[in-house]
Design a binder for this molecule. Sequence first.
Ligand SMILES: [Zn+2]
Length: 90
Amino acid sequence: MGREPPSARETRFRENEVLRAVAEADAFRGPFGFQCECTRDCPELVMVDRVDVSAVRPNPERLVVRPGHPTEEARVVLRRDGYLIVELLR
Ligand SMILES: [Zn+2]
C-alpha cells in the first residue's frame, strides 16, 4: 500500500516545517519581522536586526515595541532607531 494515515502525514509535515524554519532562520541574515508587542492591539511590523534577536528570544519577559508605544512597566534593554527591546518589571 505505502500510504500513511492522514494523521501521520500531517505530523511529518509539521516536523518538516519546523526543521525548515530553523534552517532558514540560521541562514537568514535578517532583519527579522516581529509584530509590535505593545499593549495596544497593534498591527505594526518591527524589523529587528539579527544581532538583536538573541536579546529578545527566548526570554519571555522581553518585548519588541515601536518607540513611543505603550507597554507594561518595563526597562529599556536596547534602543534602536526603529524599535526598543524592553524587559518587563514584575
Ligand atoms: Zn505597537
